[in-house]
Design a protein around this ligand. Sequence first.
Ligand code: NAD
Ligand code: 0WE
Length: 266
Amino acid sequence: MGFLNGKRALIVGVASDRSIAWGIAKAMHREGAEIAFTYQTEKLKPRVEKLAAHADSDIVIPCDVSSDEEIDALYGELDNYWDGFDILVHSVAFAPRETLEGLYLDSVSRDGFNAAHEISSYSFAALGKAARPMMANRGGGAMLTLSYIGAVRSMPGYNVMGLAKASLEANVRYMAQSLGRENIRVNGISAGPIRTLAAMGIKGFRKMMHYYEKAVPLGRSVTTDEVGNTGAFLCSDLASGITGEITYVDGGFNTVGLSEGLLSEE
Ligand code: NAD
Ligand code: 0WE
């Protein structure tokens, strides 16, 4: 018996077995949930189908979150399998590559700003809005998104993604207020850096990871399984009193002023 027995979860954002969304899917499946997956592009379809099979799922639906039509079509298709569901996981982010290096003001543009905010923040509200009636059918539910400390502190190179994550974290609070009386909870996890496809596309990620591993209290990076376990908990009835919250799963990085690990380097 798992703590998500009988729950149904829609997971948006699996691209590979290194995806944070896959860590969450594995934890939720282990705890007894049924899972449906989406994929962004046709290229990713076979990979996501293979992973879905590992989670005993054959519900694999396309959805590029930058399109209202694709979001509508996703819920239309999901309706063929489920009359309602309990959990929505949003694990999606994008900013144009050229905005993710150098100084913020050197790289920011109107188009880059808009794309980052639309795909990385608005899409959570759009998916949440459309999920609402299907969660109401089940008497409530839980929504979860993924953030990064760059939302609340400036981080080299994170640039316009930091602004988009700040917007996403505000989205968590406003969505929680909008949906609380319907027994739908909305939370975020702020994860430490993890080598995923999204992270490997970043110039200087290795160097940053090296610094982080020295500075962080646990002395190591976190895993997608650790993020997954926290995500499964936050979306379960065990967390029934938690909403509008951002939970850090970062080995304690955000709690440190000056790190012991960097001092003892000298
Ligand atoms: P990932 O590359 O595995 O996942 C990113 C996902 O976003 C992919 O599945 C991709 O298909 C999807 N995506 C991008 N644009 C999309 C669009 N227009 N429509 C639909 N899907 C789209 O990388 P990840 O690291 O697992 O990222 C997942 C989330 O975790 C992101 O929100 C990211 O900001 C966040 N996060 C990552 C880290 C890290 O260091 N890896 C740390 C903290 C937070
Ligand atoms: O949120 C992220 C990265 C999300 C992301 C990744 C890419 C790569 C490919 C968004 N857009 C794109 N666009 C692309 O073209 N992370 C938390 C990982 C990350 O990204 C950084 C980091 C960390 C950590 C960028 C700079 C500095 C640190």
